[in-house]
Ligand binder design. Structure first.
Ligand code: FE2
Ligand code: FE2
Length: 294
């Protein structure tokens, strides 16, 4: 593509980012809870519109959360029954998918959505394992890290197919994006995260989830990076631990081999959970297990 045309495409991408919907306010409320733990369930409910609140309660009542015969009818009730951690996950997940439920081609986005769901769940587990301060940040970074791919896929289909052709021919995804757009889905994701007013460490982790060029908080960046690599099958469990320790990050010293075996099992279970959670959050049953290379 000639340089002038590329410049035009970059401008269009930036414009498109400005027109993307913003995430519901409740997402930032959940994130700020680490600093203000006194935010109450009632306050959380007040920041959600009725449609979103109904979706959250529907998910909390689902069989997935063990709710076959109960009727959770408020956020406060949901916290009592399924626990605060689960309710925060439900709110973040539902808010994200609710924001993009009328994306142009939801069906084509399913592998990407499912991958994001897996990354949220695995990222949160890794954050817990490596004692990162905010599990919610890790969860949200996983959920949103490939949002730049949505922008390319939904709004720049010519470039999207050009990138697809290059990756099918064996080119690395990020390299292909640079050739076609002169920017990557991670660059685009970082700009979207800025527009959503995410904290700087979340913006940083999303913008650099491929090039590892973190400048704000490498710990969150590494958690997201390794969660992504693990899900894409580029790293298996023992070598992931090794890679973390080479970067100066260590799991609790008291853990023995059986603890690690349990963690490995938990990570595998989380991957399985992702599909059910995704179906619940989007009210759709994914047909395919194919995964993106992002
Ligand atoms: Fe990616
Ligand atoms: Fe990814």
């Amino acid at each position: 593509m000639p340089p002038a045309k590329k410049k035009m495409v970059i401008d269009q991408v930036i414009q498109q980012i400005e027109h993307l919907p913003t995430l519901p306010h409740v997402v930032m409320r959940v994130l700020s809870m680490a600093e203000s733990p006194k935010i109450s369930a009632i306050e959380l409910s007040k920041t959600m519109d009725q449609t979103l609140a109904a979706k959250v309660l529907k998910m909390a009542n689902s069989a997935y959360y063990g709710g076959r015969e109960r009727n959770i009818n408020s956020i406060q009730h949901a916290i009592m029954i399924v626990g605060f951690e689960a309710v925060k996950e439900i709110i973040l997940t539902t808010s994200f998918f609710h924001t993009f439920h009328d994306a142009r081609d939801v069906q084509a986005l399913q592998p990407l959505w499912q991958h994001s769901m897996e990354c949220a769940l695995i990222g949160k587990r890794l954050a817990w394992m490596y004692r990162y301060d905010s599990l919610d940040e890790a969860y949200l970074s996983g959920l949103t890290h490939d949002i730049g791919r949505l922008v390319i896929q939904q709004y720049f289909s010519d470039q999207y197919w050009e990138i697809e052709e290059k990756t099918k021919a064996g080119k690395d995804l990020v390299e292909a994006e640079k050739e076609v757009l002169e920017m990557t889905h991670a660059d685009i994701g970082g700009k979207i995260a800025e527009r959503w007013r995410f904290p700087a460490n979340l913006v940083d982790s999303i913008a650099h989830h491929h090039d590892r060029g973190w400048t704000v908080n490498p710990v969150l960046g590494k958690i997201l990076y390794y969660a992504d690599q693990f899900i894409l099958g580029r790293l298996v469990f023992p070598s992931m631990l090794e890679a973390f320790s080479q970067e100066g990050m260590n799991y609790p010293a008291t853990w023995d081999a059986s603890d690690l075996a349990s963690v490995e099992q938990i990570l595998q279970e989380e991957m399985g959970k992702a599909q059910s959670m995704f179906s619940l959050a989007t009210d759709k049953s994914p047909k395919t297990n194919s995964s993106p290379s992002a």
